[in-house]
Write a protein that binds this ligand. Structure first.
Ligand code: KG4
Ligand code: ZN
Length: 340
């Protein structure tokens, strides 16, 4: 007998991207993302503006996702949505929309943890992408989070370490602000880093025990360094921008890789998956490839479009939960500080 096709609509609205995606089983039929340019003017995400933009975007984005997938609403088997963590006002838009749609269509509602979704995005069926075998280590690196997670099974995850202050993406964005770059600065620092000398300047690495991270000291270190140098030479930033970016990137990647090495040592697990916006970074991608040669690790790097926030990763978790019949009640609440 042929396997029944399951169609899941995923909805993501935890931060500043409104996204909807349709999966047929574990394959993507559509993945529509509306990002919000408005925040660039403010140098960071403004929660009030984000929730307003989600309200404007959600209907057209969901509509487009269904249309692009070439299915009808009536074919949907369930609606999956991001319950948290994220900005409350943003989460509420996706949560209320998902509830009403599932209720109206009389199909199951499935709540999804955004951080689990960044990890389980690796189980979307894609050409040229291997799915990591259990157990594996996942490092989620984004503008809001920095975690190393031991993944024993789809839904059995233990956070081995996380940031005690800023997330790694924030370290990129705040460094960018100091250098007068636009928001988000991660991609621009990464681009310039590839043109500069990574050993031109040295920044102090944080001393945090175990597998936890800290990035706020690095930001201060960079700020004082730049202030000092600009006092001596007002054109310091302009004249040395690529070298500064390369040195910042070298320091950050060094911090991430040192913690990963420790996690591998502690767990004996050499399968490493990364996820989140910063996993688009060329430095971390190269460092992981080098570690395959050097230490025999096997790394799993998401396709570029699944690194930043997207609803395909929400829909794949929806699909995996659907198979388990793990559905939500309609009184489920958005939760800003949801743990894995
Ligand atoms: O996962 P994401 O889209 O949103 C959050 O959940 O935070 O991650 C956004 C973060 C931003 O801080 C951005 O600067 C960073 O990812 N980012 C990068 C790169 N591309 C995006 N950081 C370093 N290098 C990149 N190539
Ligand atoms: Zn994210």
């Amino acid at each position: 007998m042929e396997k029944e096709n399951i169609y899941i609509l995923g909805i993501e609205s935890s931060c500043d991207d409104t996204s909807a995606s349709i999966l047929c089983n574990d394959r993507i039929l559509s993945n529509v993302v509306a990002d919000q340019k408005i925040h660039a003017e403010y140098g960071g995400v403004v929660p009030e503006l984000a929730s307003r933009a989600h309200q404007q975007n959600i209907v057209p984005v969901v509509h487009q996702a269904i249309e692009k997938a070439g299915i009808t609403k009536a074919q949907l088997n369930a609606v999956a949505f991001t319950k948290g963590p994220g900005l409350m006002g943003s989460l509420l838009v996706g949560t209320s929309f998902a509830k009403s749609l599932a209720y109206g269509l009389d199909i199951p509602l499935i709540d999804v943890n955004h951080m689990q979704a960044h990890i389980l995005a690796h189980f979307i069926d894609e050409e040229n992408h291997n799915k990591p075998p259990f157990p594996f280590l996942a490092m989620t690196i984004s503008g809001g989070h920095t975690q190393i997670v031991k993944v024993t099974n789809y839904f059995e995850m233990d956070v081995l370490g996380e940031t005690i202050d800023d997330a790694v993406g924030e370290a990129y964005d705040k460094s960018g602000k100091i250098l007068g770059l636009g928001y988000p600065a991660g991609p621009e620092i990464d681009r310039r880093a590839q043109l500069g000398n990574p050993k031109a300047y040295q920044f102090t690495k944080p001393k945090v025990d175990g597998l936890n991270f800290s990035f706020s000291g690095l930001k201060t270190n960079i700020l004082y360094f730049i202030q000092r140098e600009v006092k001596k030479n007002p054109n310091f930033i302009d004249e040395n921008l690529n070298d500064i970016c390369a040195s910042i990137q070298y320091t950050i990647i060094g911090i991430l890789m040192a913690k990963l090495k420790l996690a591998v040592k502690q767990t004996g697990i050499k399968h490493i998956a990364i996820g989140g916006g910063v996993s688009a970074n060329s430095g971390i991608r190269k460092a992981l490839k080098d570690a395959e040669q050097k230490y025999g690790w096997i790394s799993y790097i998401p396709k570029f479009e699944y690194t930043t926030d997207n609803a395909a990763m929400i829909a794949i978790v929806g699909y995996l939960k659907y198979l388990e019949k793990d559905f939500s009640n309609f009184d489920v609440m958005a939760t800003a500080r949801l743990k894995i």
